[in-house]
Ligand binder design. Structure first.
Ligand code: COA
Length: 699
């Protein structure tokens, strides 16, 4: 895929400059100076020769075939040049030129024209406004990165920011970290992140994929492709920046809670993307995946020459959910046989500050061979007697023998530098801080779990939509944004949600009659299309036990609402069966500008926005998504039951979440919806939708 970009037989540099220091000059220099074997054609109307190569006024003057064009002419010339590429039969271009969408409305117009021109001309392109692209295996460097060619390696990196790309490549050079490919994506006007991820997934020289993005164009597509890619190779992404322009002012809890980052968090979780929060993490994770095998389980052993850092690493394991596994008795006995008596033979194994390289080697060999151990963190603090280089070599020897991950933390900088270089050379990732080694091992473990997950199963709820269609049609016909209480009742009923018996009362007398039919105690709720959060204005009263109370409450609620919201239209008061027992959760639908419908689950009731104990997933949800999002929240242990409480009906919540996901698919016009509270009863007894609201768009 995208073979002409990464493995072209010939390259034209259009806008190759004669002047050192100009971008067009540096690009041409980079194209020719790192061992690229194909033909190179500088294109410049003013020059006959540049950097010893014959130059042509235009690509149309080049007699030979050209497979890749690197474009570095001023913005106004780019369209013409792309047209010529089409005429010449060049199907791949890297457009370095800036001055497009990133520069304002004129640039946006120019970029749109560029896309159109490229489509007409049959030219696919990376950029514009990019740094270029590098392939260390085919020795292509179309960038104007001046610090050199990155080392050959197995990390494929695509970056929306050229500047970050430069910084990362520079850092990687100084740390001897190798790359397979680097692609500066620029404005992503044509070739998208998804296409590059797919190309890197298929690339045999790439073992791990890194990405830096500020946003995605098509959220659904991103989730679809990232899910496929992450099953093949670890996909680590650093995401920054504003995610979605134009988030509508949220009028439900679900909307208010969704926030800008919730959608990316959900998308990454659902598609197996490993999220790096900092550039440091991006690197840390990349070198771990690039160099070591995946741990087959969470069981970790720590080997250290000092107590404190060993404990720090142990704490970090605990935080991430990795297990400090007790070593086999035989391992402990063998350690005891050769280690000094003051050493610690249990995990963390502390081989003391005077540990020699030989002691490290012997101890590590025993620990890593222990069949309970699935990964090892080796810590070294540079004591006066430690042999940094010898120890690094000893660790590297064992790491190359054993098919379990070994990550090191040679702590410090100056004293351990030579050891760190040896470790890097022999593919043992080294971290200055033990926590970083642990967090990297943890993401490797999590990734292994992800790759082993069975294919996602999507529920099949057929025929539910038909029953609710009329209601949504009516709302559309009447150009309304909200569903009325009775419409909400019908929609939830259509989707199989159990609801409380409710009767509408327009007068106090009707309220008394309704309460009698339903049976005391009852709940009374104001019904008004303008009031979405009834509790907030005292529009809900619970536990009403007598005729007198019904009459008083009717008067109370209606006068209060008239007072607080004089313009609100009051349709009456709903008399509802009072539910007792159970736990309150919230489930909801919200719209994200990039990812479309998202489904929310969390702790319900009136504290939802304060506690923000919620999880999101992008619709449609698989059964696994629903299962996992429930377990992600703090309300989950409460649902399992604490101190002898009965377990709640978690299966019923799962089903409710999936039904809501189906509803979101069936009715794209839903902007926000939520059921809050959804009362969860004991296992086997189901859930009851107590209150709900729906906001509809596109009418
Ligand atoms: N075909 C071929 N060559 C052409 C040409 C054409 N249609 N039009 C102009 N050229 C030649 C010029 O003669 C010149 O060569 P010379 O220096 O030997 O005279 C060369 O192309 C460059 O043109 P010039 O007008 O001098 O432009 P420039 O070098 O000042 O700027 C860019 C060109 C592309 C570098 C500039 O427009 C730009 O976009 N810079 C920012 C790039 C960037 O930051 N990208 C994002 C990184 S993250």
């Amino acid at each position: 895929m995208l073979n002409n970009f990464f493995n072209p037989k010939s390259i034209a540099v259009i806008g190759a400059s004669r002047t050192p220091g100009k971008i067009g000059y540096d690009i041409l220099k980079n194209v020719i100076q790192y061992g690229y074997q194909g033909a190179v054609f500088p294109i410049n109307p003013e020059a006959s020769e540049i950097l010893g190569l014959k130059a042509y006024p235009s690509i149309l003057d080049v007699p030979d075939e050209i497979e890749l064009a690197v474009v570095a002419v001023p913005p106004k010339r780019v369209l013409e040049v792309i047209g010529q590429c089409g005429e010449k039969g060049i199907s791949a271009a890297v457009i370095i030129t800036a001055g497009f969408r990133e520069s304002g409305s004129e640039g946006t117009k120019l970029e749109d024209e560029l896309v159109k021109k490229a489509r007409e001309s049959g030219v696919r392109f990376i950029g514009p406004n990019c740094l270029g692209m590098i392939d260390t295996h085919s020795r292509i460097n179309t960038s104007f990165f001046s610090a050199g060619m990155p080392n050959k390696g197995n990390i494929g990196f695509f970056s929306q920011s050229g500047a970050l790309g430069i910084a990362v490549l520079d850092l990687a050079l100084s740390e001897d970290i190798g790359f397979s490919k680097f692609i500066s994506m620029g404005n992503k006007a044509d070739i998208s992140d998804e296409e590059i991820m797919q190309a890197l997934a298929e690339d045999e020289n790439t073992k791990v994929i890194l990405g830096y993005i500020e946003g995605v164009k098509d959220g659904k597509k991103f989730v679809e492709i990232a899910s496929q890619v992450s099953k093949k190779k670890p996909l680590i992404i650093l995401k920054s920046g504003i995610t979605s322009a134009g988030i509508k002012a949220a009028s439900s809890h679900t909307g208010a809670l969704a926030g800008r980052e919730a959608s990316f968090d959900a998308a990454f979780k659902q598609s197996g993307v490993i999220r790096a929060r900092t550039v440091g993490e991006l690197f840390n994770y990349a070198v771990a995946f690039a160099n070591q095998p995946l741990p087959q389980g969470p069981n970790v052993a720590i080997l250290t020459n000092s107590g404190g850092p060993g404990i720090i690493a142990a704490d970090a394991c605990d935080r991430f959910g990795l297990q400090l596994v007790p070593l086999h008795k035989e391992t402990v006995d063998e350690l005891r046989n050769f280690l000094p008596p003051f050493a610690s033979f249990y995990n963390p194994v502390d081989i003391l500050g005077d540990a020699t390289a030989e002691r490290y080697e012997k101890a590590l060999y025993l620990v890593v061979q222990d069949e309970k151990v699935q990964g090892v963190i080796v810590i070294l603090t540079p004591t006066a007697v430690v042999d940094v280089e010898g120890t690094a070599k000893a660790i590297a020897n064992i790491a190359n023998l054993i098919d379990k991950p070994i990550l090191t933390s040679f702590m410090g900088k100056k004293s351990i530098e030579s050891g760190s270089k040896i470790l890097t050379k022999y593919h043992v990732p080294n971290y200055s801080y033990p926590e970083h080694a642990v967090s990297s091992l943890n993401v490797m473990y999590q990734y292994n779990v992800w790759t082993k997950r069975p294919e996602k199963v999507y529920p099949n709820f057929e025929g539910l939509k038909d029953k609710a269609l009329d209601i949504f049609e009516t709302v559309r016909g009447e150009k309304r944004e909200h569903l009325t209480d009775s419409e909400i009742y019908e929609v939830l009923h259509a989707y199989g949600f159990l609801q409380l018996r409710s009767l509408m009362a327009r007068t106090s007398e009707e309220a008394v009659a309704a309460a009698k039919v339903i049976g005391y105690p009852v709940v009374m709720k104001i019904v008004s299309p303008q009031i979405l959060h009834k509790s907030d204005i005292g529009g809900v009263k619970l536990n009403i036990n007598s005729k007198k109370e019904v009459e008083n409450t009717f008067f109370d609620i209606t006068t209060r609402v008239k007072h607080i919201m004089p313009t609100a239209q009051i349709n009456g008061v709903m008399i509802q069966e009072m539910v007792s027992g159970g736990k309150e959760v919230i489930i909801g639908i919200t719209q994200d500008a990039q990812f479309g419908h998202m489904i929310m689950f969390g702790l319900g009731g009136i504290y939802v926005e304060v506690l923000k104990d919620i999880a999101f997933r992008i619709a449609p949800l698989s059964k696994e998504d629903a299962y996992e999002m429930i377990r992600e929240t703090k309300v989950f242990p409460l649902l399992r039951g604490v101190r002898g409480e009965a377990e709640s009906d978690i299966d019923a919540i799962e089903k409710s979440i999936l039904l809501l996901s189906q509803m979101a698919l069936d009715f794209p016009q839903i902007i926000e919806a939520e059921i809050n509270p959804l009362v969860v009863k004991k296992r086997g007894e189901g859930v009851v939708a107590i209150d709900a609201r729906f906001i509809i768009g596109g009418n």
